[in-house]
Design a protein around this ligand. Sequence first.
Ligand SMILES: [Zn+2]
Length: 291
Amino acid sequence: MKVLLFFLALLIALPTWALDVVATTSSMGMLAREVGGPPVKVTELAAPERDAHMLQARPSMLRALRDAQLVVAVGAELEVGWLPAAIRSAANPVILPGRPGYFEAAAQVPLLDAGQAADRAHGDVHPAGNPHVNLDPQRMATIAKALAERFARLDAANAAAYRERAERYAAATDARTPEWKRKAAGGSGAVLYHQDGAYLLAFLGQPLLGTLEPVPGVPPTAAHIEGLATRLKGRRGVVLHTPYQPSAGAEKLAGLLAWKSGIVPLDPPSGAGAEQYFALLDRWIEALAAK
Ligand SMILES: [Zn+2]
């Protein structure tokens, strides 16, 4: 009896996860949780208030990667500055790029600005196209379905549940889409600090009027901001940036054009579910409507 109790206690103490997933951002973490449900453990590497272009690999990240069965990255070189090195340091062959344990969201959908000439010498951080697919709810629904297939491949026992959860997530997106589009209809568009909100603007049918960065990843200059002000004079719009992007350029341009400027996060809070992600999109749509 004692032996039996000992083994029972051991069973209870052992982790019961079917899959150990590491997501690079909170948007990717949200998708992994929504698709994975209870059998999937999700660890997020980047805090949403940090720029995922420019993270440092930390010991806690390496620990998470060492035990992971699947990495869910945004991809298209968003994490190129730190994730490949972190994966190499973690010495876990299961999650090497090209293996079933490595998944890139951006590889599942068509990308904006893909195939355009990019000049790395000038600091372009989007040489593979725009990686910021996380603010496009429709692309995220497509990615959710692709992620369900990957989960199914790694954990066949729960395959049907993963597929069903992804379908439910996509249906929730579809249900909200008409309202998002109705609220954003007729909007004048926005100048963004970086091209990170470009997919949402395209989804809503609003123009991206410009970016404060002259090239993705290159900080704004006074001459570039004055050029934007000249080009956009007489038009309406808003200037938006994320909390980790400096506000000086946005305020300068907004002042020159007599527009409003606003701050909106790029990713939902850590540990978010679909509702918090949808609420983030609501915030962006509200900010776009600021007059
Ligand atoms: Zn970027």
